[in-house]
Ligand binder design. Structure first.
Ligand SMILES: *Cc1c(COP(=O)(O)O)cnc(C)c1O
Ligand code: SF4
Length: 353
């Protein structure tokens, strides 16, 4: 199956043979609620005859998304509570998120920001809002790192990316600029010389964190796009969401982590799935995740070990999910200590932060 451009409606997915005609109505109800987009590269990777296809399941809307559990929340990791100005999330003293855009080339069905991204999401920062966000960073010498995320910042044109990089380059205390993106695997042709050049700024170090969840995402085109980034001198790290039915298997995870390393990407974070609305079919328990991550030790090289991370619901920050900060309590619950020393129950009880 091939497509000339991204598929963004249920009608297009049905026409492409990716959604069965019998599921048109229920899928349309999902698309009403959450954004849909599948790039041509992913369309050619999907096996529409396999209902369990790990690529299709990540991107094709499914009726299971209509089920929202009481513990799920619109803003699972508390971005809004930590946003001092539009486009900035400032949770840790030395680093901020800069969300210049809330659009992605694809919409992952398990997205933790699914209520904020998409054509009806928070949109792209206006010139004035971007000025205010840059001023916020410039005024705070403790900000050492700026993390461009969103949305996917690499949907911006090289010209706009370069403009942002030049403004960050003018702030002496910012040393590191990090991009979080899925573009190298979902739309590899976008990673051309002009885009790669736009990610560099004199005197700054750029990291590119690639979000990929299954070894099959590494097509020859994706590998070539990654090589273009690495060979231009940027450092790449990985980011993976642990997902039931997609990569919650020791062999698949080992293969994925090795694939990152073979492509000169250092495994960084393996995220426990967040409590985003309509995503319970993707969620495994913390106990299951810990067993899986433990099984990677010994099985694969130290180079291939990611850090297993839980983002504490309510915006209390990230914690190593396999460390002593996360302790098993009664009836499947965990006690989680955040970086400030406060303890939270996970999964949280209904309505609690
Ligand atoms: C995840 C996150 C970061 C980055 O955390 P690292 O552990 O440095 O990768 C920074 N700020 C916010 C608000 C975050 O949610
Ligand atoms: S690329 Fe990231 S922000 Fe965009 S839909 Fe996927 S998980 Fe969400």
């Amino acid at each position: 199956m091939t497509a000339a451009r991204s598929l963004t409606t249920v009608a297009e997915l049905v026409d492409a043979g990716l959604i069965a005609e019998t599921k048109r109505a229920e899928t349309a109800a999902v698309a009403e609620r959450y954004a849909v987009a599948v790039t041509p590269s992913l369309v050619s990777l999907m096996d529409a005859t396999d209902p369990l296809d790990p690529i299709a399941r990540q991107f094709l809307p499914d009726a299971a998304e209509l089920v929202t559990l009481p513990e799920e929340r619109a803003d699972p990791i508390g971005d809004l509570a930590h946003s001092p100005v539009e486009g900035i999330v400032h949770r840790y003293p030395d680093r901020v998120l800069l969300k210049a855009v809330h659009v992605c080339p694809v919409y992952c069905r398990f997205c933790f920001r699914r209520e904020m991204v998409g054509p009806e999401g928070l949109g792209t920062l206006s010139a004035k809002a971007l000025d205010a966000a840059i001023a916020y960073i410039a005024e705070r010498p403790e900000i050492w790192e700026v993390i461009l995320t969103g949305g996917d910042p690499l949907v911006l044109s090289p010209r706009r990316l370069q403009a942002i990089m030049e403004r960050l380059a003018a702030i002496p205390h910012v040393k590191i600029v990090r991009f979080h993106t899925r573009v190298p695997v979902v739309d590899p042709a976008r990673i051309d010389a002009a885009l790669v050049a736009a990610l560099k700024a004199s005197g700054k170090t750029t990291y590119v964190a690639l979000h990929a969840n299954h070894p099959r995402e590494f097509t020859p085109e994706a590998r070539a796009a990654i090589a273009r980034i690495v060979e231009s001198g940027l450092v790449m790290i990985s980011q993976t969401v642990l997902l039931k039915g997609i990569n919650d298997d020791a062999d698949v995870l080992a293969d994925l982590m090795r694939t990152f390393v073979e492509n000169r990407i250092k495994p960084y974070y393996l995220h426990h799935p967040d409590l985003a609305p309509g995503t319970s079919h993707f969620r495994l328990t913390l106990a299951e995740g810990r067993t899986l991550v433990e099984s990677l030790r010994g099985r694969v090289s130290g180079l291939c070990q990611p850090t297993y991370i839980l983002d504490i619901p309510g915006g209390h920050g990230k914690v190593r999910a396999d460390s002593r900060a996360v302790e098993e309590a009664d009836n499947g619950c965990f006690r989680v200590r955040d970086f400030r020393g406060t303890t939270h129950v996970y999964p949280p009880e209904d309505g609690q932060a």
